[in-house]
Design a protein around this ligand. Structure first.
Ligand code: S3P
Ligand code: PEP
Length: 432
């Protein structure tokens, strides 16, 4: 059932706000997976609580781990053995549908996987084939997608495998995260068009090393993780930088100022690229000890940007592009047709309906701004479409974002934070 529509708050005032963002989805879900089979109890400090991370918690509990809330803000993760025949609900979470099956292969018995209707069309084929090549039995209906059953045999041979990860970096991250538990570890060779989202693979490698794993990523398109136990973790989760993007974009749209405290000086989060993009569009961007501050006094221009490494940013950058003073070209993101929805088609349709001239290219979008008129902004179960609609709605009074709660995939508090940023401390505008 779709959730309520949301009339986006518009403003003619410059925003001047400090926005505290909850933790990173990608970091939270990696550390959860590593902790679920570590050699002791791990502590995740300030993890993200959102649909994707709670689905991950549910999946790992199904596989026998305990996840317990402590001190109001942290999670303690205690590894355990799988009981029964769990059904893992992946929702629409790429991290759950890709990261959990290689772990489930270590269970003693079958583990079933399914998810939202849209999840059944997200690419999984190369990941399933690679697992089979490493010795895992999987039953599926031959489409290379959810639903499927992993027939856990208590151990996995592992070893070397070649796969095409051009549809998603998560295929590589998934095998690496469970590889230390395989008899021969895992050596992954990518063969195909360039792998997207390199920072997310770097994040996986760094998280594995935090847990004491021996990983070799020195050669392009080749990754090796040695077999061996993982140490328990005690980690502070960074704020989610991709979720920060719409708030920072608001500084440009309103000619205001937004600060996000806790912005890391060093990070593997792909969302960090938003700093360069906003700078190129004409914002003042400064990273200091008190966080990242973005401000703007004048209008802002379009960009020509390759988002292959940071494709999560596409919806918000496209929304900004539709409000910019010149045309933009977003390149390198053909694979986001397989994200929560076909994001290129969705953005072309929705920004086009508002009045922008948007052309889909083979690997991106060409956006020419035009005066925009309010309409219903459809979101296609995509949290980042909600964020894109909100950015447009700041400058175009009357934009209605459909199914707003879909944003809970990574940021359940989005509308509250948005209202707070605008100095209106309640989730405004619900019409149903
Ligand atoms: O590993 C991760 O946490 C992610 C990797 C990326 O996936 P793709 O490589 O499929 O784009 C990114 O877009 C997604 O939001 C999160
Ligand atoms: C693509 C995304 O998510 P997922 O982890 O489900 O792939 C995203 O958050 O933009």
């Amino acid at each position: 059932m779709p959730s309520p529509d949301w009339t986006c708050p518009a403003t003619t005032e410059p925003v001047d706000a400090v926005v505290d963002l909850p933790g990173s989805k990608s970091l939270t879900n990696r550390f959860l997976v590593l902790a679920a089979r570590a050699s002791g109890v791990s502590r995740l400090r300030s993890p993200l609580r959102s649909r994707d991370t709670l689905l991950m918690v549910g999946a790992l509990r199904g596989l026998g781990a305990e996840v317990e809330e402590v001190d109001g803000d942290d999670w303690l993760v205690t590894p355990g053995e799988t009981q029964g025949e769990p059904l893992v609900d992946c929702g629409l979470a790429g991290t759950v549908m890709r990261f959990v099956p290689p772990l489930a292969a270590l269970a003693h018995g079958p583990v079933h996987f399914d998810g939202d209707p849209q999840a059944r069309t997200r690419p999984m084929g190369p990941a399933l084939e690679a697992m089979r090549a490493l010795g895992v039995r999987i039953d599926d209906d031959g489409r290379g997608a959810l639903p499927f059953t992993v027939r856990g045999a208590g151990s996995v041979r592992g070893g070397a495998v070649t796969l095409d990860a051009s549809a998603s970096s998560q295929f590589i991250s998934a095998l690496l995260l469970s590889g230390p538990h395989y008899d021969h570890g895992v050596t992954i060779h990518h063969d195909g068009k360039p792998v997207p989202s390199q920072p997310h693979i770097d994040m996986t490698v760094e998280a594995l090393r935090d847990a004491g794993a021996d990983v070799d990523d020195t050669e392009p398109n080749l990754w090796r993780v040695e077999p061996g136990p993982l140490n328990p973790l005690d980690v502070q989760i960074e704020p989610d930088l991709s979720n920060a993007a719409p708030f920072l974009a608001a500084a440009l749209v309103t000619r205001g100022r937004v600060r996000v405290p806790g912005w890391p000086q060093h990070t593997t989060q792909a969302g960090d690229e938003i700093r360069d993009i906003l700078d190129e569009m004409g914002a003042d961007v400064s990273l200091a000890r008190d966080g990242l501050t973005v401000s703007a006094v004048d209008g802002f221009g379009g960009v020509d940007v390759d988002l292959h490494d940071a494709s999560e940013l596409t919806p918000v950058v496209a929304a900004l592009a539709a409000l910019a003073e010149g045309p933009s070209l977003i390149r390198g993101v053909a694979h986001i047709r397989g994200h929560e929805t076909d994001r290129l088609a969705a953005l072309a349709r929705e920004l086009g309906a508002l009045g922008a001239i948007v052309t889909e290219t083979e690997d991106g979008l060409h956006i020419t701004p035009r005066p925009l008129s309010p309409t219903t902004f459809h979101t296609y179960a995509d949290h980042r479409m909600v964020m894109a609609g909100a950015v447009i709605g700041l400058a175009v009074p009357g934009v209605v974002v459909e199914d707003v709660d879909t944003v809970a995939k990574t940021l359940p508090t989005f509308t509250t934070l948005w209202a707070g940023m605008l100095g209106r401390h309640r989730a405004e505008g619900r019409t149903a």
